[in-house]
Design a protein around this ligand. Structure first.
Ligand code: HOZ
Length: 434
């Protein structure tokens, strides 16, 4: 190993004696790439600093939220000011309405929105509300899509569940998952057949409108059209899980980018500006079923927490008033093209899948359109690529099946340094093959 990771190793040994697997979320465990995770001391702008003092260009961005870069001064100031007024009241605040107004302004498909604390809570609640609204039980999801660790959706799931080989988690009872139907992403025919046969039993179709959790996978135009038309035809609630894509691929998320209105939307990550806040919402007639407006129960002590709403509202305000999306697109194109060129120049079969500032370099000779094609990627090669980049100060997501994210604070120099580092790694790997 070319860099010193002694303190991270010691910290991981200690954590393993206290916390299952030493981590509080499996996606961080480096399980698919081997070795020990880096323990982070602090972060600023585009960089992470680990316990051993290594400075790394960060392409995880806390798995999505940090679109403005780490420790953005205005976001930090908003959090500090909120904290000085108390950290939680268990009573409504005006800031909840302020951020709700901003969300509804950005997502016209939603007429009401409920704030929760995590993406998991948002998708779990959206499914419950869709069931309450339609009075139907069954739900369609797509293999490789991940919607948090909701029991009924931990079936053929992406993210760390796929990375660590447990797409169907033990502990999820057959009873819980029996109402979940799993189809392949981008497969219009099976969607049509399933809805024709079972449409009257299906409450919702849920999907990531651009997948991040099997690596980045983009929907075809036909798939998006089929989703909207068929769900409408069969009275099924179409839920866009925009926890990753919301405020990321455009201020109004994938639905703005594609010009398609789902019935319900879930948000997380960026909406909380790096603090635990998420949201779900949709058409008025659906959301009016949520208690206390309606009878579908959903609650939370820390829902709409004052620190989280302060960080989230400030982040959205900055994104709205000074949109970074053109800049992110130009940097994304540079990075995506650069990484792919570096791989192919060295004889490595790869596919770049990208939308703006989220992307995945798949080590795969064929286009990746769904989980079976993603699953054929070369995991071993990915692990070598990952560690080669760490040694050169570039911190990528630790799985082939995660999207990388970068921020407004990343510079052309950061991008070019990362491409050069990848080029060196690929050269080394090509030489090893010879
Ligand atoms: N949803 C995140 C990206 N797949 C993972 C975060 C986590 O599970 O820790």
């Amino acid at each position: 190993m070319k860099i010193d990771l002694k303190k991270s190793h010691a910290a991981f040994e200690r954590a393993k004696r206290l916390i299952p697997g030493g981590v509080n979320s499996p996606a961080r465990a480096f399980g698919a790439v081997g070795g020990h995770p880096l323990f982070i001391d602090r972060a600023q702008g585009a960089y992470l600093y680990d316990l051993d003092g290594n400075k790394l260009i960060d392409y995880i961005g806390s798995w999505g939220p940090m679109i403005l870069g780490h420790a953005h001064p205005q976001v930090i100031e908003a959090i500090v000011q909120a904290a000085q007024k108390g950290t939680s009241y268990g009573a409504p605040t005006e800031n909840e309405s302020r951020i709700a107004e901003m969300i509804l302004g950005a997502y016209p498909s939603m007429q009401r929105v409920r704030l929760v604390s995590s993406g998991t809570e948002a998708t779990m609640s959206a499914i419950r509300v869709a069931r309450g609204f339609t009075k139907r039980n069954r739900v369609i999801k797509f293999s490789g899509c991940y919607h948090g660790h909701v029991d009924s959706l931990l079936v053929s799931a992406g993210s760390a569940a796929a990375t660590l080989g447990v797409p169907d988690s033990p502990g999820v009872t057959p009873g819980t998952s029996q109402d979940t139907i799993v189809l392949h992403y981008n497969d219009c025919r099976s969607l049509q057949n399933t809805l024709e046969q079972l449409g009257s039993q299906i409450a919702a179709v849920i999907l990531e409108p651009i997948v991040g959790n099997m690596g980045t996978v983009v929907p075809s135009k036909e798939f998006l059209t089929a989703l909207r038309e068929l769900t409408k035809l069969h009275g099924v609630v179409l839920i866009f899980d925009e926890v990753m894509t919301g405020f990321r691929v455009a201020y109004g998320g994938a639905q703005q980018l594609f010009g398609i209105e789902p019935d319900m939307t879930t948000l997380g990550k960026i909406v909380g500006g790096g603090l635990p806040l998420a949201a779900y919402g949709g058409r008025l007639e659906i959301m009016d079923h949520v208690m206390p407006a309606g009878k579908v129960y959903q609650a939370g002590t820390l829902s709409g927490n004052p620190l989280a709403t302060a960080a989230g509202a400030k982040t959205l305000e900055i994104l709205r008033d000074n949109p970074p999306y053109e800049y992110l697109e130009s940097l994304g194109q540079r990075l995506g093209d650069g990484l792919l060129a570096a791989a192919t120049r060295n004889g490595i079969a790869a596919q770049m899948q990208r939308v703006g500032s989220m992307m995945t370099l798949f080590f795969n000779p064929d286009p990746v359109v769904d989980w079976p094609s993603a699953d054929r990627s070369d995991r071993k090669l990915f692990a070598k690529y990952f560690w080669g980049l760490i040694e050169r100060g570039v911190y990528m997501p630790c799985s082939q099946f995660e999207a990388l994210f970068f921020s407004r604070t990343h510079t052309v120099e950061d991008i070019d340094r990362s491409i050069d580092a990848a080029g060196e790694v690929f050269r080394e790997l090509a030489n090893q093959k010879d």
